[in-house]
Each structure stands twice: as structure tokens, then as C-alpha cells.
Ligand binder design. Structure first.
Ligand code: COA
Length: 355
């Protein structure tokens, strides 16, 4: 075959393949347009159904609290409505998660801009993102422990600055990842996110503290507290990864972990009971750090550095907020232990819906 003929043959194949690729690309664009239209329709109906079901739910509650007791038949009907209502609202919640979020929220809008959609529409993707978040926390925490240990052995201001800078970056990154998790339906308490904002500020303030006698007085306690918190964070990450993997396995027959909702609940309470004493000790040390700083400010001539008072207040806020939130979480978990809506939410949290 001459080289001219071979060129024409290659050209014809290229044109034929191009035409096929163009056809399938046009089909893809058409489907994408249809998908966007269906997403918008579905978003509207889910939103309106959530509103209506919320109204019906509050009528139901009022009716239950009213003095006119319903008859036996009505009672049965009301029980049926209550049960169906939980199913319907759980499914509506799932449907909402399978649709793109309307907004990224204020913080992500500032950082990422408003037209970047960070919604993960599939429970498997949400699970993987969350798992990656936990493993990010673990890796960076190990690294922070190492730098803190080095700072303890080599007590130079530059070494402390590296640790604090690393912690500022870490907490800042956590706030962004947590904002993305929240857009994707994570029920992480507002306080934990606020706690990470405050920790960013706190480490930033220590970074600006000059290397004077007052700084040296507080340095040892801060390094000890930071190492202790990192160690507790590692335990917390293990607990949370354990919860996550078990939630993902709930109801999946082909999963490597055969677990029921009762099994999950008992594992979670065991983990929490193990973790709580370590968390309480961390909050006591945070409270003590606040006390030490106030003491230094008032009685040890450390009132020239604004950092002392600012840190004293921040440590007090963090310790009080942590204690209050932990108590709320434990009471809520005990109360919700047997609730039907909690059970159906947990089962569907990280499980893809079979279609
Ligand atoms: N940081 C990040 N995410 C957290 C969190 C925290 N401190 N505490 C809870 N979450 C997340 C959970 O992973 C879960 O996420 P999901 O909805 O995306 O699956 C959601 O918030 C709801 O969790 P919840 O059921 O309320 O609690 P939990 O059983 O997962 O964890 C604790 C309970 C008490 C173990 C946990 O909140 C904790 O360790 N808190 C202490 C944090 C702390 O004090 N840190 C500083 C000192 S180490």
C-alpha cells in the first residue's frame, strides 16, 4: 500500500470515529440538560413536601397534646400516620441528599466562590469523603505530635513557631473540610466547627507572642496540652472511623462487617464510655490553662502582652463549650437510643439506595 492510500484510510477511520464520538457527546449533553431539569423539579417538590410534612407533624403533635382524646379507631389511624410520617420524612431527607445543595453556605462561598458545587450526590461518595477526612486528621495529628516532641527536646522559638504554624494550617483546613461535610448532610455539631475556628485563632495568637519570660512560663504547659489533645484526637478518630465503617455496613448484605443497628449502638456506647474520661481530662487541662494565664496576667507581671488575656479567655470558652457540648451529646444519645426516626436515619446514612 502506498503511503497516500494509507493516509486516506486513516483519515476515513478518524472521521468515522469522530462522528460517532460527536453523536455520543451530543447525547450526553442532552441527558445532562434533562438531568438538570429533573433535578430542579425534584428539588422543588422535595422542598415543598418537607414543608407540608412539617406542618402535618406539628398538627399531629398538637392533637396528641390536646385534651380531647381520640377514639380507638382514630388512635390506630394516628399511629399509622406517625409511623408513615417517619418513613416519608426519612426518605425525603435522603432524596434531598441525592440532589445538589442550593448553596455552599457563607464560609465556603467566601473561600471557594459561589458557583462551585461541592455536593456529593451518592452515599458511597459521601462515605469515602468522610473516611478520607478522618484519615487526613490522623496523618496530620501524627505529624504534629512529632513536631511538638521535637519542640520539647529543642526549645527554640523557631521550633515552636513551626508547630503553631502547622496547627493553624491544620485547624483552618479542618474548618473547610467540615463546611463541605455539612453541605453534604453531616450532622457535626456547630460547636465542634466553632471549636476548630477558635483553635485556629488560639494557635495564631501564640504564634505572635514574643519570646519573653511570660511566654517561657506558659510554653511547657501548652506543649503538654497540645500533645495530650493530639493523643486524644487519635483515639477520637479511631472511634469515629469505627462508627463510620459500621454505619456504611448497616444493611449491606455483601459487606465484610455483618452488623445490626443494635450491634452498632452497643459498639458506639462502649467507644463513647472509653473516650469520655480522656476527653474530660483534656477539658480540665484546658480549664487549668485558662486559670494559669489569668493568674500570670493578674499576679505575675504578665500584663504587657495582650496575648495572655486573650488566650486566657479563649481557653475558658473552649473548655466551657466542650464540656457543655459533650453533656448534650451524651444525653441526646441516651434519649434517642430506641427512637424509630434515629434508627431509620442511621440505616440510610451511608447506604446507597437500591434502584
Ligand atoms: N469533630 C468532627 N466531627 C465530629 C466531632 C468532632 N469533634 N464530633 C462528632 N462529629 C461528627 C460525627 O462524625 C458525625 O458525622 P456524620 O454526621 O458526618 O456521620 C456527626 O458529627 C454526629 O456525631 P454525633 O453522633 O453527635 O457524635 P459521635 O458519636 O460521632 O462523637 C464524641 C461523639 C463525643 C466522641 C465526639 O463528638 C468527640 O470526640 N468530641 C470531642 C471533641 C473534642 O473535644 N476535641 C478536642 C479535644 S480532643
Amino acid at each position: 500500500m502506498t503511503s497516500y492510500e494509507s493516509l486516506i484510510e486513516d483519515w476515513n477511520t478518524l472521521v468515522a470515529n469522530f462522528e460517532n464520538a460527536e453523536k455520543s457527546h451530543d447525547e450526553y449533553l442532552r441527558l445532562q440538560k434533562d438531568t438538570t431539569r429533573l433535578q430542579n423539579n425534584s428539588s422543588r417538590s422535595v422542598k415543598s413536601l418537607l414543608k407540608t410534612s412539617g406542618q402535618v407533624k406539628s398538627y399531629l403533635k398538637k392533637l396528641e397534646q390536646s385534651k380531647d382524646k381520640p377514639g380507638e379507631d382514630e388512635n390506630e389511624k394516628l399511629e399509622e400516620i406517625n409511623r408513615r410520617m417517619i418513613e416519608i420524612r426519612t426518605r425525603l431527607g435522603e432524596m434531598q441528599m441525592e440532589l445538589p445543595a442550593e448553596s455552599n453556605g457563607f464560609y465556603l462561598k467566601i473561600i471557594l466562590g459561589s458557583n462551585l458545587n461541592v455536593s456529593l450526590l451518592n452515599p458511597d461518595d459521601r462515605y469515602r469523603y468522610k473516611e478520607e477526612y478522618e484519615s487526613f486528621k490522623m496523618t496530620v495529628t501524627y505529624f504534629i505530635i512529632l513536631t511538638l516532641f521535637l519542640a520539647y527536646i529543642f526549645p527554640y522559638r523557631a521550633m515552636d513557631a513551626i508547630c503553631n504554624f502547622l496547627m493553624v494550617w491544620y485547624y483552618c483546613t479542618l474548618t473547610i473540610r467540615e463546611a463541605i461535610l455539612r453541605v453534604n448532610g453531616s450532622r457535626i455539631k456547630g460547636w465542634w466547627v466553632a471549636h476548630h475556628y477558635i483553635s485556629t485563632v488560639l494557635c495564631g495568637i501564640i504564634l505572635t507572642w514574643r519570646d519573653d519570660q511570660c511566654y517561657k512560663q506558659f510554653r511547657g504547659l501548652f506543649i503538654f496540652l497540645s500533645i495530650y489533645i493530639c493523643l486524644v484526637q487519635l483515639m477520637q478518630c479511631r472511634y469515629q472511623t469505627g462508627c463510620l465503617r459500621r454505619l456504611h455496613s448497616l444493611g449491606q448484605r455483601q459487606s465484610d462487617m455483618d452488623i445490626t443497628i443494635e450491634g452498632f449502638s452497643s459498639w458506639m456506647f462502649k467507644g463513647l464510655t472509653f473516650l469520655l474520661p480522656f476527653l474530660i481530662v483534656a477539658y480540665i487541662i484546658q480549664g487549668y490553662s485558662s486559670y494559669r494565664l489569668f493568674y500570670m496576667y493578674l499576679y505575675q507581671d504578665c500584663n504587657e502582652d495582650w496575648q495572655v488575656l486573650a488566650l486566657a479567655f479563649l481557653f475558658a470558652i473552649v473548655a466551657a463549650g466542650n464540656c457543655f457540648t459533650i453533656l448534650r451529646i451524651v444525653f441526646r444519645k441516651i434519649q434517642e437510643r430506641y427512637s424509630l426516626s434515629t434508627r431509620s436515619r442511621l440505616v440510610s446514612k451511608y447506604r446507597p439506595k437500591a434502584i
